[in-house]
Design a protein around this ligand. Structure first.
Ligand SMILES: Cc1ncc(COP(=O)(O)O)c(C=O)c1O
Length: 469
């Protein structure tokens, strides 16, 4: 048995956490090799002058992080790298790809994307203008947080279209919102840390956590978003580093958290010292809704992108961090990708400055409402959930449909939808529901065709299900 005694000097906070953190550090530094047996709870408690319960809690925490494991009768051992939480399998096939080339007739509703033809028209003249002006700074390394003019334009955009509280100094350029999520989390959490999310969450967060080794814990949702009592209880039990949430047009359910609930969430986060990571990619769709970040900018890392309003391929995203965290976020960007490419950010900046981007955002708002209206006229009202201005919709499946059967049969009839289980955090049971990305089909006619197919399946489960058996 090892004589390991953790050094707890300079480790603040609860003792159990300090012990678990020391374990993590000693494993990372190689002081505790994989397979090494750890002291018994009683021995370690004696050495550290803490209670046996504290050591038990520390070992439980370390086990939850995937650092150690126990075998009845043999003791507790340091796990090999394959046991780290980070080794959670990364899904090999993305459920949201663009339409397979071999299936041009497929009505693909699996992604939340937008019509790019407006941006395509504007691109040529903008690139020509950038080239004509000498493309200064466009082909060089940019500062980690982005070129100052791009940060300033980002701040204007987020304030104007998303109602976020942002200044050039607090905005950092990222490579879309997915990268902004990685930057935000790495700014406040480390591998093995608990990050809370909505119980159904953006699939991109699940893949990120799997790769980076964050331990996701899902919080119960109701029609308004995370349930405050569940958030409070998770803070008490799990000492999370952050709550990642999409309070506006939640992905996948398209719900919008009311202001009173936002205030409650902020109060709980404050009470427990938990950072909020607010993903507001859809915020521009509801101009009347203020992000959580505007209520509590000091405890919120806010992120967004132009992927849902202007162009997803430009990969321009933004993080807004409280001033104290900006240097840390810059260091994370430097470590991850040095800086985001300045050329797409320059295109976005020019479009933000001359009002082009606002026109695009308005066009996407109009298109989303139109498609929602169309979907609501075709699908049964009692099964449709989500905000009527969202680019996506959450569709409940009535008895006797099971999610997998519905997805299989829809696909057989030429419509691709995403099952609710794709978004589930952990192994809790997931609703019999699917997500529909309404703005992906190129025209409302194609969308209508797909929706009529789904409506037909919902109305006639016997025919659909018989063909599966
Ligand atoms: C909630 C949410 N966050 C982030 C992203 C990723 O956005 P981006 O394309 O800017 O990386 C998506 C994409 O659908 C999303 O739905």
């Amino acid at each position: 048995m090892t004589s390991w005694t953790p050094d707890l000097t300079d480790r603040n906070g609860p003792r159990y956490r300090a012990i678990a953190d020391a374990l993590a550090d000693d494993i990372a530094s190689g002081r505790l090799p994989a397979g090494m047996r750890l002291p018994t709870h009683r021995d370690l408690a004696y050495k550290l002058g803490v209670t046996v319960g504290t050591v038990t809690r520390a070992y439980t925490e370390a086990e939850r992080r995937g650092l150690i494991g126990g075998e009845v009768g043999r003791g507790t051992f340091v796990q090999g790298p394959g046991h780290r939480t980070g080794a959670v399998p990364v899904p090999q096939s993305d459920p949201f790809t663009w339409s397979p080339p071999g299936e041009p007739s497929l009505v693909n509703l699996t992604a939340i994307t937008l019509d790019h033809h407006l941006a395509a028209q504007a691109l040529g003249p903008t690139l020509t203008a950038i080239a004509a002006s000498g493309a200064a700074g466009m082909l060089e390394y940019a500062p980690h947080a982005g070129i100052p003019a791009h940060r300033a334009a980002g701040a204007q955009w987020l304030a104007r279209q998303h109602r976020a509280v942002a200044s050039a100094d607090s905005v950092l350029l990222t490579i879309g919102a997915q990268n902004a999520m990685a930057v935000a989390l790495a700014t406040v959490a480390r591998p093995g840390d608990v990050v809370l999310t909505e119980r159904l969450t953006n699939y991109g967060m699940k893949t990120l956590a799997a790769v980076e080794g964050y331990h996701l814990e899902g919080i119960t949702l109701d029609e308004f978003g995370v349930v405050p009592e569940a958030f409070d209880s998770a803070c008490r039990r799990l000492a999370p580093k952050a709550l990642y949430l999409v309070p506006t047009m939640h992905n996948p359910t398209a719900s919008v958290m009311p202001k009173a609930r936002r205030i409650e969430v902020v109060e709980i986060a404050r009470r427990h010292g938990v950072m909020l990571v607010e993903d507001d990619v859809f915020g521009f769709l509801t101009p009347d809704v203020q992000p959580i970040q505007a209520i509590a900018p000091d405890i919120t890392i806010y992120l967004s992108s132009i992927s849902k309003s202007v162009s997803s391929g430009l990969r321009v995203g933004y993080v807004v961090a409280p001033p104290a965290l900006v240097p840390r976020a810059e260091a994370v960007i430097r470590a991850l990708h040095y800086s985001s490419p300045p050329l797409p950010a320059e295109v976005a900046t020019r479009w933000i400055q001359d009002g082009t981007a606002d026109r695009f955002a308005e066009a996407q708002r109009v298109e989303a409402v139109l498609r929602q209206q169309q979907a609501r006229s075709i699908l049964p009202a009692n099964l449709v959930c989500g905000h009527p201005q969202a680019q996506h919709m959450w569709l409940l499946l009535p008895e006797p449909w099971r999610r997998e059967d519905f997805i299989t049969e829809a696909r057989r009839r030429g419509v691709a939808v995403t099952g609710g289980d794709v978004f589930a955090v952990g192994r809790t049971s997931t609703p019999q529901a699917v997500r529909l990305g309404l703005c992906q089909p190129q025209s409302v006619d194609v969308l209508a065709r797909g929706l009529h197919t789904l409506a037909d399946l919902l109305a006639n489960p016997e025919t659909g299900m018989l063909s599966i058996v």
